[in-house]
Design a protein around this ligand. Sequence first.
Ligand code: MN
Length: 251
Amino acid sequence: MATLFISDLHIDADHRDITEQFLAFLSADAAAADALYILGDLFESWVGDDAADPAQSAVIEGLRALSASGVPCFVMHGNRDFLLGARFAAASGAVLIQDPLLLTLYGRRVLVMHGDALCTDDRAYQRLRAAVRDPQWQRRFLRLRPQARRALAGAARSGSRAHTAAIDYAIADVSSDSVAAVLRGADTDILLHGHTHRPAVHRFEIDGRARARIVLGYWYTQGSVLRWDRAGYELCALPRAAASQACGGPE
Ligand code: MN
């Protein structure tokens, strides 16, 4: 039995292959797991619990079936779906978790985050993040009609794509100072996050202690999962429409 971590699926009605692969993953891999953690950006966009589209509703049903079968499912907000709320949690059976969250996994302390809060070199993004995480901004936004919310979210995504294309590759990544700060703050050696779409296991030292930063992959062209059990963890790619898996090997 293993605990599974995924992020950055970006489920979207225009990308049926992602939804289909995710639903298959829920009924096979996840059904046999100790627990499933989704570390943000499960959805490409989420404009409120009252405005789910058919692809999103299918995902909610899949999550509900998983949690009803006895596998606990935890969902963290990402920068695309930070408006996931209590109605989503009730409908899906998933538990919304805080970012950051310190877990103890098979005896090891692991700090889990979505990852966008670590991209502190991107000052413009951090200002936007602070604005939209404000409860008053969220209440005002959620009072708009779903159609108006979708239009605003679409404009925000276009703006985000233009911004990411315009800034330096390094600025869009996590800041090593911020990584060091959260590891020191949590007094732990392992940080696990998504968001950057740069799957890898990075090893380095801080204060003379060996540390690791595990980055989950995104699901645009294939799946990505971190499996963690008593023997350790491995980051695996899940090829689309194939039973085979490509893992990095146990760590
Ligand atoms: Mn993200």
